[in-house]
Design a protein around this ligand. Structure first.
Ligand code: TRP
Length: 447
């Protein structure tokens, strides 16, 4: 029997774009843009995506298709069992595990809100109490755990079915639905008074109002760009092994980057007009933007209730097409190292991530020992900061060094299969990418 490869090019793009488009776009991007002054953040974000993110994604595609394994299997095959570059593979697996742990908790909140909005006789979220409702939602341990586990079970169900029958089928159906929903929201927002202000906020770069340094914005933007593209942890390597030899990796990379960026921008246009049209709401609300501000906005607008159902459906769909990729990345590592079958590996990985997720529900007042990546915050914020500012850029750095210096140029050329692109890509991945990541990283630490 052949390998469980993707059936079509559209399937590859849907799956990889599904991996990229997630809570990072719909929840993270708008709130980080809001916190970091809007236009300036968006501009630096776009530069990071095009000039750093896209080549790193192509590197991962090359490693995975050449190595025919996950990050561990591919690096082992291409560089031997003692390869130092395996450090990035293990780090990437761990990063995926941490992200999956808290991802299912946040997706669980979204699922909870979706069900709340869907309930007959819906009456909550009257003016002014959306903050309290959110607080009550996240501190209700048993309900949150219920939704966290429900979401994890959906993820697990898809991953057990494998690539062709699970991940490809899910993402091929869900990604167009997701695009449709978000476009619908943006069209609706055209009618709101705050649309112009939102466009101005998102697209006109201004000096940061609170005087935060351009470097701190750049770090936030780079971390967000990597996180959003699902790069730096080998998740793209894992998918790349299922990509047929005849497919053009540069084109696929380009399509995925466009899709991911488009959804981030559209998410801004789906959220900020509502914020700017509702008196009392601020774009710099922070992590509560989607759950607190937006729901307050919904309760103030015509058809707000229906928009609420639609928005949280969108969030759950986007989260699911990402969580399957996170779980797949861990499952492949467990299968490769533990010599287990897919089913056992999936149950093990999902169970362990659910367990860590439970600790993510402990409130902000509890300081976990040794963890101080984000001040006074929950385990979610800690893991988010730890992965986004540390393990992801480090992983991306090592994978690009691997592609630039360790992989034979013939292999890189053969995978890219386009001399013009290869001639630019090889020196670029050797010099520009590592220098760019290192600079932003070091300035971030100093800052
Ligand atoms: N890109 C996803 C998002 O924007 C999150 C994510 C980060 C991810 N790393 C990943 C998803 C690896 C799948 C695999 O929400």
């Amino acid at each position: 029997m052949g390998k469980d490869n993707f059936k079509s090019k559209l399937g590859i793009i849907a799956a990889t774009a599904g991996s990229a488009v997630g809570l990072g776009n719909l929840w993270g991007f708008p709130y980080k843009a809001g916190e970091n002054g809007g236009g300036t953040f968006v501009l630096i974000y776009l530069l990071c995506v095009v000039f750093v993110g896209m080549p790193v994604m192509l590197s991962e595609f090359i490693i995975g298709r050449a190595g025919q394994g996950g990050p561990i299997g591919s690096v082992t095959k291409l560089d031997g069992e003692k390869s130092k570059f395996l450090s990035a593979s293990y780090l990437g697996t761990l990063t995926s595990f941490f992200i999956l742990s808290f991802y299912c908790v946040i997706a669980g909140w979204a699922l909870n809100y979706f069900c709340t909005y869907l309930a007959p006789g819906f009456s909550v979220f009257a003016d002014g109490n959306s903050g309290e409702i959110f607080g009550a939602t996240i501190s209700d341990f048993s309900t949150s755990t219920f939704y966290q586990i429900a979401f994890m079970l959906m993820t697990l169900g898809v991953v057990i079915l494998g690539i062709k029958n699970g991940i490809e089928k899910l993402t091929k159906i869900m990604m167009p639905v997701l695009f449709g929903i978000i476009l619908l929201m943006v069209f609706y927002n055209f009618t709101l008074s705050g649309f112009g202000e939102a466009v101005n906020f998102l697209f006109i770069p201004k000096p940061p109002a609170d005087g935060s340094s351009i470097f701190s914005i750049a770090i936030a933007a780079l971390g967000q760009a990597f996180f959003s593209l699902s790069i730096g942890m080998g998740a793209v390597i894992t998918y790349a092994q299922y990509v047929d030899k005849k497919e053009d990796l540069s084109k696929i990379t380009f399509s995925v980057v466009i899709a991911d960026t488009l959804v981030a921008i559209l998410a801004g246009l789906a959220i900020f007009p509502i914020i700017f049209s509702t008196p009392g709401l601020e774009p710099s609300e922070g992590a509560g933007l989607a759950f607190v501000s937006l729901t307050a906005g919904f309760s103030n607008m015509p058809f707000g209730h229906i928009i609420g159902v639609i928005f949280f459906a969108l969030l759950v769909i986007a989260a699911l097409t990402s969580s399957v990729s996170l779980l797949e990345n861990i499952v492949v590592a467990v299968m490769e190292k533990g010599k287990l079958n897919r089913k056992t590996a999936t149950f093990l990985a999902a169970g362990a991530a659910t367990f860590v997720g439970l600790f993510c529900q402990i409130g902000a007042n509890f300081q976990f020992p040794l963890l101080n990546f984000a001040a006074n915050s929950t385990l979610i914020d800690q893991l988010d900061a730890f992965t986004m500012q540390w393990t992801i850029p480090i992983g991306a750095f090592i994978f690009s060094i691997f592609t630039g210096y360790r992989l034979k140029p013939e292999i890189v050329r053969e995978q890219i299969n386009n001399d013009k692109i290869a001639n630019i890509f090889i020196p670029y991945v050797k010099v520009v990418i590592p220098v760019a990541i290192a600079c932003i990283f070091i300035f971030g630490i100093i800052g």
